[in-house]
Design a protein around this ligand. Structure first.
Ligand code: ATP
Ligand code: MG
Length: 612
C-alpha cells in the first residue's frame, strides 16, 4: 500500500479541469463568463480548428491589476466573493476561482490585460511553469489566449470530435450567452472567418428581435409571445412560441436564472405542464425565458459547471412559471385583453396591418395554406403579455370559473361588441371553413377544429366545477408501495380527493384505492396512482390524473363537435365565433394546429397586385 502524499498543484488543477473543461466549448463558456463578470460590452471570440488549436477571447471589461495576474491563474483565487455570506448571495457568473487555473493546467495559456488608462501586462502559464509578468500593449480589457487544449492530457484529447462538431458546440454556447446578454456585442470567428456578429441591442423589442431572428429563426420570432410577469418577488420575462410553432425536439428551450442558463427539471416540468393540453404528446415547446430572483433564493453552487441550481422555494417557482406560461398561452393576442379589466376588445385595439408589422409566408408544409400567400397572423411579438393580477398562483382555477358565463346567449353577447376580433360570418366553404369579415379583412376558421377546442375547454371547466365526479370501486384495489410512497399518499390524501380518488393507507407499505375519477374508472388505475405518487415525490405535484382526464375530455370533445360537411346557419357560425373569442387557447385545436387565419385587406390587395 502506498503512503499518502499531497497532489502537486498541476495534478490537482488537472483533476479539477476534468469537471469543468470537457471540450473547447467549456473553455469558451468560462472565458466569456469572465468577460461578462468584468462588465464587458464587446466580446470577440477567435477559434481555430474547432478550438483545438486556438481559443482567444478578448473583451473591453474592467481588466486585471498587474499584481493580480499570477493570482488570476492560481486555483482558489477570485475577486468575486470573499466570505461565506457572499456565497449565499452570488450575482456573478463565476465565483469558484478555479476556471483559469483549470484551463491553464491542460493548455498553453496566455493572459493579457490592462486597467483603464494603464499599460498592459501579460502572463503565460504552460503546465505548471509560471512565466513572469511582462509588459504587453493592450487596450482596456482582457485577452485570454488558449492554445493546444489537452496537449498534456491525451486521454481527454481522444474524446474530442471533429473540428466541425467542436465548433458547433462553441457556436451553440455563444448563442446561449448572446441570448441572455443583449446589451453586449459579440463577434465569433472560426479560422479567421466571421461566423456570428451581434451588435449591442437596446431594451427595445425591435432591436432585440434582430438578434432573436438570427439565433432562433424568423419562424420563432413571428410565432412568439413576449412576456413580462412579476409575482412572489420574482420576475419572468422572455418569449414563448405559440403551440402552433412546436418542435419535434427539445432544441429551442432556453431558461436562465439570473442570467445563467440552467437545465432544471422542476422548471422544465412547470413549462411542460403549462403547454400540456395544447401540444401533441411528442412535440416540444420552444421558449427563451429569464427568471430573475433574489440571489439568496437560489443556490448556484451545486456543480462545478454551474448548469444546475437548487431553488429554496421550488414549489412557488414551479407554480409561478407554470401559471404565467399557461396564462400567456391562453391570451396570446394582446396585453390589452389581459391588462384591461374590460372584456370587450375595442375596435381600436384590433391590430391593424400597420401596427402588427410582421408578414409571414408559410412554408408548403403547412396543410391547406397556399405557400405564396402572405398571411397576417396577429403578430404576437408586437404585444407583451403582462398579467395584471400579480398574485396569480390560483388564477388558472379562477379562469375556469369564468366559464360559468359561457351559457349566455352568444348572439346577444355579439351585439354588445361593435367589431369582434373574429368578425361576423359571411359563409361556409366546402363544409370545412367558415369565412368571416372583421375590421381588418378576412378571417378563415377551421370549423371542426375550432368547435372541438371550444367544447374541450367547456368540458374541462364543467369537469372542474363538479370537482371531479368519483366512482366507488366494488372491490377496493390494494397497492403495495414503498414506505416512502405510502407516506406520500397519506400526506397528500386531500390532493387525491380533489382529483376524485379515495385512497387510504392500510399499513406500513400498503394503500387501498376505494374510488377513482368517473372518467378513468375503466383505465389502468393502479399504474396511474403509482405515476401520480412518483410525480408527487419528485415535484410535490402531479398533473398525471388531470392529463389523463384531459385526454379523455379531448376525445369526447372531438366526438361532440361539428363534423366537416355539416351545413351551419349564419347565426350558428356567429355563435361559434363568439364562443371562440371567449375561450382560452382557441387559436389552436387540441392538437396544436391553428384554428384561424387572418388576411388583412393589405394582404388581399397584394394577392391581387392591387395598389391602393
Ligand atoms: N476577462 C476578465 N476580465 C477581468 N478579470 C478577469 C477576467 N477573467 C478572469 N478575471 C479575474 O480572474 C479571476 C479568476 O478567474 P476564474 O475564471 O479562474 O475564476 P472566477 O471567475 O472567479 O470563478 P469561476 O472559477 O467560478 O469561474 C476572476 O475572479 C477575475 O478577477
Ligand atoms: Mg470565471
Amino acid at each position: 500500500m502506498n503512503r499518502i502524499q499531497k497532489l502537486t498543484p498541476l495534478l490537482a488543477n488537472q483533476i479539477a479541469a476534468g469537471e469543468v473543461v470537457e471540450r473547447p466549448a467549456s473553455v469558451v463558456k468560462e472565458l466569456i463568463e469572465n468577460c461578462i463578470d468584468a462588465g464587458a460590452t464587446q466580446i470577440e471570440i477567435d477559434i481555430e480548428s474547432g478550438g483545438m488549436r486556438l481559443i482567444r477571447v478578448r473583451d473591453n471589461g474592467a481588466g486585471i491589476h498587474q499584481d493580480d495576474l499570477p493570482l488570476a491563474l492560481s486555483r482558489h483565487a477570485t475577486s468575486k466573493i470573499n466570505d461565506t455570506a457572499q456565497l449565499a448571495q452570488i450575482n456573478t457568473l463565476g465565483f469558484r476561482g478555479e476556471a483559469l487555473a483549470s484551463i491553464a493546467s491542460v493548455s498553453r495559456l496566455t493572459l493579457t490585460s490592462a486597467l483603464s488608462r494603464q499599460p498592459g501586462w501579460q502572463i503565460s502559464l504552460h503546465g505548471d511553469n509560471a512565466a513572469d509578468v511582462t509588459p504587453a500593449p493592450h487596450p482596456q480589457g482582457t485577452t485570454v489566449d488558449v492554445r493546444d487544449l489537452f496537449f498534456n492530457t491525451p486521454a481527454r484529447r481522444k474524446f474530442l470530435r471533429s473540428e466541425k462538431t467542436e465548433f458547433d458546440h462553441i457556436d451553440e454556447l455563444v448563442k446561449r450567452i448572446a441570448l441572455a446578454n443583449f446589451s453586449v456585442g459579440f463577434v465569433l470567428r472560426h479560422n479567421q472567418k466571421v461566423v456570428r456578429q451581434f451588435y449591442p441591442a437596446t431594451k427595445q423589442q425591435d432591436s432585440r428581435q434582430e438578434r432573436l431572428r438570427e439565433l432562433c429563426g424568423s419562424g420563432f420570432v413571428e410565432n412568439a409571445i413576449h412576456i413580462e410577469a412579476d409575482g412572489a418577488g420574482m420576475h419572468l420575462s422572455g418569449w414563448l412560441a405559440l403551440p402552433t410553432f412546436s418542435r419535434s425536439q427539445a432544441d429551442l428551450q432556453y431558461f436562465y436564472v439570473n442570467g445563467r442558463m440552467v437545465r432544471d427539471k422542476l422548471v422544465m416540468h412547470a413549462i411542460k405542464q403549462a403547454y400540456h393540453d395544447v401540444l401533441y404528446r411528442d412535440r416540444y415547446p420552444a421558449y427563451i425565458l429569464f427568471l430573475e430572483i433574489a440571489p439568496n433564493m437560489v443556490d448556484v453552487n451545486v456543480h462545478p459547471t454551474k448548469h444546475e441550481v437548487r431553488f429554496r422555494e421550488g414549489r412557488v417557482i414551479h407554480d409561478f412559471v407554470s401559471v404565467t406560461v399557461h396564462d400567456a398561452l391562453a391570451h396570446p393576442h394582446a396585453e390589452e385583453e389581459t391588462c384591461h379589466s374590460s372584456q370587450h376588445v375595442e375596435p381600436k385595439n384590433i391590430p391593424t396591418p400597420e401596427d402588427t408589422g410582421e408578414v409571414t409566408t408559410w412554408s408548403n408544409s403547412r396543410e391547406n395554406v397556399p405557400s405564396a400567400l402572405p398571411i397576417k397572423t396577429v403578430a404576437p411579438m408586437q404585444h407583451t403579455y403582462r398579467p395584471q393580477n400579480h398574485n396569480h398562483v390560483h388564477k388558472v382555477q379562477e379562469q375556469l370559473a369564468l366559464y360559468k358565463n359561457l351559457s349566455e346567449d352568444p348572439v346577444k353577447v355579439a351585439a354588445d361588441i361593435e367589431s369582434p376580433p373574429l368578425g361576423f360570418a359571411i359563409g361556409q366553404l366546402q363544409g370545412i371553413y367558415i369565412l368571416a369579415e372583421n375590421a381588418s379583412g378576412l378571417v378563415m376558421i377551421d370549423m371542426h377544429a375550432a368547435h372541438e377546442r371550444v367544447m374541450y375547454e367547456k368540458m374541462k371547466a364543467a369537469f372542474a366545477e363538479r370537482s371531479m365526479a368519483t366512482q366507488s370501486m366494488l372491490v377496493p384495489h390494494t397497492l403495495s408501495l414503498s414506505e416512502r410512497e405510502a407516506d406520500c399518499v397519506e400526506q397528500y390524501e386531500e390532493f387525491f380527493t380533489q382529483l376524485g380518488f379515495q385512497v387510504e393507507r392500510l399499513g406500513k407499505d400498503t394503500i387501498a384505492v376505494r374510488a377513482v375519477p368517473q372518467l378513468l374508472a375503466d383505465g389502468p388505475v393502479d399504474a396511474l396512482v403509482r405515476d401520480v405518487i412518483t410525480d408527487l415525490l419528485n415535484h410535490g405535484d402531479s398533473t398525471r390524473a388531470q392529463e389523463e382526464i384531459n385526454r379523455l375530455l379531448g376525445t369526447l370533445a372531438c366526438h361532440g363537435s361539428v363534423r366537416a360537411n355539416r351545413r351551419m346557419t349564419i347565426p350558428e357560425m356567429n355563435a361559434l365565433l363568439r364562443q371562440m373569442e371567449k375561450t382560452d387557447h382557441s387559436g389552436q385545436c387540441n392538437h396544436g394546429r391553428p384554428t384561424t387565419r387572418a388576411f388583412s385587406l393589405d394582404d388581399l390587395d397584394k394577392l391581387f397586385l392591387r395598389g391602393r
